[in-house]
Design a protein around this ligand. Sequence first.
Ligand SMILES: Cc1cc2nc3c(=O)[nH]c(=O)nc-3n(C[C@H](O)[C@H](O)[C@H](O)COP(=O)(O)OP(=O)(O)OC[C@H]3O[C@@H](n4cnc5c(N)ncnc54)[C@H](O)[C@@H]3O)c2cc1C
Ligand code: FES
Length: 264
Amino acid sequence: MTRNPLLPEQAVIRKTKHQTYDTITFTLSFLNGRQAEYRFQPGQYNMVSVFGVGEAAVSISSEPGRSDSFDHTVRIVGNVTRALRRLEEGDVVGVRGPYGTGWPMEKAIGKDVLVVAGGMGLAPLRPAIAHILENRTEYGKLEILYGDWASQSRCTLLTTVDMVPEDERWDGHVGVVTTLYKHMRTKPNNSIVLMCGPQIMMRFGIIGLTRGGFSPEQIYVSLERRMKCGVGICGHCQVGPVHVCKDGPVFQYESLRHLPVLAL
Ligand SMILES: Cc1cc2nc3c(=O)[nH]c(=O)nc-3n(C[C@H](O)[C@H](O)[C@H](O)COP(=O)(O)OP(=O)(O)OC[C@H]3O[C@@H](n4cnc5c(N)ncnc54)[C@H](O)[C@@H]3O)c2cc1C
Ligand code: FES
């Protein structure tokens, strides 16, 4: 059956998990029998709709090997995400996808992988990390620069917080994620970088990496733009000749260098 890419399909909320005061993970399954054949690449996203409210692009944050459900981790920022927060287990949402390009998991085979994530940027990177951990022997060293990732013996984790509130205790690094570069072990030789986070973090993240000897071909970034159709028709997400919704959201940095995104 040919699927209409603009038509949402019904998915039921199986579980909700409050990660922080403004971030919730929703576990969903399709209702129409599609779940069994639903597959996605780490880094891809769905268009998630709350009926009568609207749609938003949301990365798939679950491990790609799971077949009975998939996760979306959502920060509550506006109309659609506020409406999502009001939903409960058993409620139904619309889902179109998966859309867009994924992280270069094939190209990364045999290489060390450096993951640089800031804020919600961890959501699209989580399936890539899970994939590497599930196929550990195919990849070299895995190093993650971020906060809040559960302790894992099969990778190196460096965490930092931007600042420490007066009433909180924190014994780790303080500063933006790029302050961790001086502590990281990954070397440019035979490695690949997967990066996602706020635009400003990615700009300075790339500057730091290229100064450290990483080439634009080694660095992959996931971009965020306001999306409507998700399939390259409406032009909402266009940057020069590029439609972020279908040519991305994951790009090799080399291909973006001359476009007005992440301009350095
Ligand atoms: C590929 C991709 C993957 C994403 N993955 C995730 C994810 O995993 N988790 C997640 O939480 N989010 C993710 N997002 C971001 C999410 O799609 C947006 O935050 C979306 O706007 C939320 O919808 P909303 O209706 O709740 O918020 P909106 O009502 O759209 O508001 C979102 C923010 O944008 C501002 N805004 C509203 N309208 C405009 C406008 N016309 N111009 C400029 N700014 C405006 C609002 O003030 C608010 O700060 C992703 C986006 C993309 C493109
Ligand atoms: S969102 Fe419509 S062209 Fe990209």
